[in-house]
Design a protein around this ligand. Structure first.
Ligand SMILES: Cc1cc2nc3c(=O)[nH]c(=O)nc-3n(C[C@H](O)[C@H](O)[C@H](O)COP(=O)(O)OP(=O)(O)OC[C@H]3O[C@@H](n4cnc5c(N)ncnc54)[C@H](O)[C@@H]3O)c2cc1C
Ligand code: FES
Ligand code: FES
Length: 480
């Protein structure tokens, strides 16, 4: 076990021994670490909660195929030990030793993509990530890459133009040229478990599932983190000192995604951005929901296990997992337990997980051809917003076009994500027509008593919930 971390910064290995650097905590974020260095002030803090993108950096990691994958992340949400064994790239690292700008920087200059410049390093890093991952990206891909970056003065047109002009790979950039050296450096960092013990904190980063399960048994009160997109806010916003942490982000078993004819099994620690391409065909409603989940920087960190365990009434994936009849697998030293996601969530931010258990897998059974599933998120803006309410609905019709099976799972309507069971009961056996839907819509009022909060009034939620049902009918009507 190691008590210090190593990662690549500025082309060389940087090590931090937390025992010898008391000013740095294991829960210090990459952003705060960078801001403490004289040479890395380019990475900015805007919100410290993942919403503005000013702190965007790119993290390179060796994949199973030995290639380096580059991902944009919000550095305000990443604890330093999560960097162990990876390559941290900041805006200062983009220009070449002979001071030539990277193509994404040069094009931003040419298109006048910056005014006050506060947001610019973050945009540059998102563009750099896009450059590394896409050649000639579509407008949709450009918009998606920039969703997590806010600019209050330039306006997006020149930035989008810079993306379209620069992400064209007519020559290799320096990072591609240096990849063999970077790969060797990454391989030289021992991939061991971490045990960082400071006078105030214990930060454990197991490298296998078995080890993670044993540690959770030994430290049942330790906070689990995987992407830390929820947990980091306890540090950056509530200034909590997290005493015991088990970081699951290096457990490769939790990242596995396997598919058979019958089902898809998704590791609880797989990043949402890695899940998206896999679910596109078999589970399009999950893909649609993930497409409006946070931003690319968030999806490059966030996991399904984290979303499930928060059991938030507006957790975006929960209605979708319920509609797809997904199951969740928990593991602890006393064995494995499995629940339908619907039964796993027991109340407002409570679940059936015991203190010594870890969510390991989410299982999605494949649908037969006669089912329709659609997901809806109602929020004040389309991207990077919290849902006011959400819904995911599943329908199966019999040979006479009557409702054989229906699931209406809603988020934001109760203390937890819940099905509209009375409305479902009414619709069962009825023809799938507008008249039946209009008769069913008032029943939503008997299923839910929503509250008013900053995101929307109770009346708005009631009306929107009914209209989502009507929308579902209009989108599935006549498709049988
Ligand atoms: C800017 C921003 C935008 C966001 N947008 C959305 C959004 O659009 N929709 C949405 O639903 N959420 C959103 N979130 C919330 C968050 O990203 C999700 O809940 C995410 O899925 C959490 O995953 P994580 O791995 O980062 O969880 P973490 O922060 O690591 O952990 C969250 C909780 O889950 C527990 N946990 C993590 N992994 C496991 C495991 N394997 N087993 C047991 N417990 C575990 C942790 O102990 C903790 O209680 C957003 C957050 C931010 C900061
Ligand atoms: S500082 Fe705003 S996203 Fe990190
Ligand atoms: S250039 Fe000023 S915030 Fe974007």
């Amino acid at each position: 076990m190691q008590s210090s971390i190593s990662f690549i910064l500025d082309g060389k290995i940087t090590s931090i021994d937390f025992g010898k650097a008391p000013e740095i905590k294991p829960t210090t974020t990459i952003l705060n670490y960078l801001r403490s260095l004289p040479t890395h002030k380019g990475t900015k803090e805007g919100c410290a909660e993942g919403d503005c993108g000013a702190c965007t950096v790119v993290v390179g990691e060796l994949g199973l195929d030995n290639r380096i994958n580059y991902k944009s992340v919000d550095s305000c949400l990443v604890f330093l030990p999560m960097l162990h064994g990876k390559h941290l790239i900041t805006v200062e690292n983009l220009k070449t030793p002979s001071h030539e700008l990277h193509p994404v920087q040069q094009t931003m200059v040419e298109t006048s993509g910056s005014q006050c410049g506060y947001c610019t390093p973050g945009f540059i890093m998102s563009l750099f990530s896009l450059y590394k991952n896409k050649n000639k990206p579509s407008r949709e891909e450009i918009d998606d890459a920039l969703t997590g970056n806010l600019c209050r003065c330039t306006g997006y047109r020149p930035i989008i133009e810079a993306a379209a002009k620069s992400c064209v790979h007519d020559r290799l950039d320096d990072f591609s040229n240096l990849e063999p050296i970077t790969r060797n450096l990454l391989q030289s960092i021992p991939k061991e478990s971490l045990r960082i013990h400071t006078p105030q904190q214990l930060y454990l980063r197991p490298a296998s599932l078995g080890e993670a399960i044993t540690l959770k048994h030994q430290h049942p009160d330790a906070i689990l983190v995987c992407g830390a997109t929820d947990v980091a806010l306890r540090v950056t916003k509530q200034h909590e000192l997290l005493k015991e942490i088990i970081d699951l982000s290096d457990v490769s078993e939790l990242k596995q995604i396997t598919e058979s004819d019958a089902e898809l099994r998704i590791g609880a620690g797989a990043f949402l951005s890695d899940i998206m391409p896999v679910v596109l065909k078999p589970f399009p409603a999950l893909h649609d929901m993930l497409a409006v989940f946070g931003s690319q920087q968030i999806r490059n960190l966030a996991t399904l296990g984290g979303n499930l365990d928060t059991a938030s009434p507006i957790g975006d994936t929960l209605p979708v997992l319920i509609a797809y009849n997904a199951r969740v697998i928990l593991e602890g030293v006393n064995g494995r337990r499995e629940f339908p996601v619907e039964d796993f969530i027991t109340g407002y931010r409570t679940t059936r997980r015991k203190a010594d258990e870890i969510i390991t897998t989410i299982v999605l059974p494949k649908l037969d051809g006669r089912s329709w599933v659609k997901a809806y998120k109602v929020s004040k803006r389309k991207d990077l917003d919290i849902a006011t309410l959400s819904g995911c609905f599943r329908l199966e019709l019999d040979n006479h076009s009557a409702v054989k099976m229906i699931t209406l799972a809603y988020g934001g309507m109760a203390e937890r994500v819940k099905r509209a069971t009375k409305t479902e009961q009414f619709l069962l056996g009825n023809p799938w027509n507008r008249e039946a839907i209009e008769n069913a819509m008032p029943l939503i009022d008997s299923d839910f008593t929503p509250i008013s909060d900053v995101r929307g009034g109770a009346e708005f939620r009631r009306v929107a919930a009914k209209n989502l049902l009507l929308k579902f009918w209009s989108e599935t009507n006549g498709q049988s």
